[in-house]
Design a protein around this ligand. Structure first.
Ligand code: HEM
Length: 433
């Protein structure tokens, strides 16, 4: 890291800490996120709450609230979000100054690419991207198809044992990305159960900072240990490959952090897309039928689902290092800027009827994977999973229907999703008169 960037980072950290008082902010100790800050994470079914669209109409960049002495800005416009996310110099995403002792670089609980600034971010991301090229990902394609088919067998088994009904979240949506990531990372079978348990609590802000950041620590520690074990005997997956090709450029702590970012970045997100995406398709039976029978519609159906659902509701918070101007607002150094991607993907300045799910709309770039240099590294892997799983479920169970009156949506989570998705494999027979 250059001396200048170290200096700059120090300055920003000092600035932030000065503004929040001598003890600093420790988000990990926060047991409840106030509603003035959290309301943009609420949804109304698949849709962002109407208040978000109203705000976007008035001001695509607006001051959301003041929180612990910091001004927090919400960006809901598409153009404005792109401007913030593409800016490589004005913002930091380093959250450690807000994490008290738990986030110090020495014990290093918080890590991964999302919370790391250039040039460290550039260095680490370069190690990871070769593992996500289409050429490397191709090796996973048959494994993904196999995992999907096996989970569909499991769905069938569970339904048969349960009068034709099954919950698709634990039987289908969660295990598919979980097993894909285990394959990607090269994790041995015996570690997989522990990982499964670490995945869920992480993004649920209803429990405040404790749940969110506590789970970060556990999964990172676990992956550091997995990395340490592979040092002497590198496996076939991502961890082993990086050790083989760049082992002397990265220590266990950083590689564990990268693996953790991949694990948590790719698990809840894809699981939510699979569950919510299936629910949306079941609500649009013609799209469900076509995704199973016409391969030419698969890619655009997946892109529309990604846009419409935008399950990662907000990008990593951006902390301006200097005064910036976005959407006509002046934002001070030390403020917090949150891009609300779900809102930006419904911005009416981008296309017609953006609140509708419409697989016939022209495919255009959306913000579901973010934008700029923190844009999702796993986007192509996620697409591969979704493009395999949706057609497979529609082909195997063309008579699938939701077996509940209303759906159990997750409350106030950074990654939006469904707690459960009860379905019937065949439509229920109408009672005979
Ligand atoms: C449908 C599934 C997914 C969605 C919607 C999604 C969305 C996102 C978003 C919005 C960001 C943040 C962009 C920003 O703040 O600028 C991100 C970053 C990231 N995602 Fe994903 N993601 C998905 C799947 C995956 C998968 C499968 C992996 C890996 C296996 C992954 C790994 C990452 C990583 C490592 C980052 C941080 C990149 C960086 O900071 O440079 N994601 N993702």
């Amino acid at each position: 890291m250059s001396r200048f960037s170290t200096y700059l980072k120090g300055q920003v950290r000092r600035l932030v800490l000065k503004r929040v008082g001598s003890n600093g902010i420790d988000l990990s100790q926060l047991d409840k996120v106030p509603d003035s800050l959290a309301w943009p994470l609420r949804r109304d079914g698949a849709d962002p709450v109407p208040r978000l669209a109203e705000l976007r109409e008035q001001a695509p960049v607006a001051k959301l609230t003041s929180f612990l002495g910091l001004d927090v800005w919400l960006v809901t416009g598409e153009r404005e979000s792109r401007q913030v996310l593409a800016d490589t110099t004005s913002y930091s995403t380093d959250i450690r100054p807000f994490m008290g002792q738990r986030g110090s670089t020495t014990d290093g609980d918080i890590g991964g690419l999302g919370f790391t600034d250039p040039p460290e971010h550039t260095r680490l991301r370069k190690l990871l991207t070769p593992e996500f090229t289409m050429r490397r990902l191709e090796r996973l394609r048959p494994r993904i198809a196999d995992i999907v088919e096996r989970q569909l067998d499991e769905v069938e088994r569970q339904a048969a044992a349960n009068g034709g009904e099954v919950d698709l979240v634990p039987a289908f949506a969660f295990p598919i990305p979980f097993l894909v990531i285990c394959e990607l990372l090269g994790l041995p079978d015996e570690d997989r159960d522990t990982f499964r348990q670490l995945g869920s609590a992480r993004f649920d802000v209803s429990y405040g900072g404790q749940g969110v950041f506590g789970a970060v620590s556990d999964s990172r520690r676990f992956l550091m240990e997995a990395t340490r074990k592979q040092r002497s005997n590198p496996g076939e997956g991502l961890i082993g490959q990086i050790i083989r090709e760049h082992g002397d450029e990265i220590n266990d702590f950083d590689l564990g952090g990268l693996a953790d970012g991949v694990f948590t970045g790719g698990l809840e997100t894809s699981a939510s897309m699979l569950a919510l995406g299936t629910a949306v398709l079941l609500d649009h039976p013609e799209d469900f039928r076509r995704v199973g029978s016409d391969p030419t519609v698969v890619d655009r159906t997946v892109e529309e689902l990604l846009r419409y659902l935008t399950v990662v509701q907000i990008a990593f918070p951006r902390f301006p290092k200097q005064e910036v101007e976005v959407g006509g607002q002046r934002i001070k150094a030390g403020d917090v800027v949150i891009c609300q991607l779900a809102g930006a993907n419904r911005d009416g300045r981008v296309g017609q009827m953006m609140d509708a799910f419409d697989t016939s709309r022209p495919v255009s770039a959306h913000l579901a994977f973010g934008h700029g240099f923190h844009r999702c590294v796993g986007a192509e892997l996620a697409r591969m999973e979704l493009r395999t799983a949706f057609p497979a479920v529609a082909r195997r169970f063309p008579g699938l229907t939701v077996a509940a009156e209303g759906l159990d949506y997750r409350q106030m989570s950074i990654v939006y999703g469904l707690e459960s998705l009860p379905v019937r494999l065949e439509p229920a027979l109408a009672p005979t008169p």
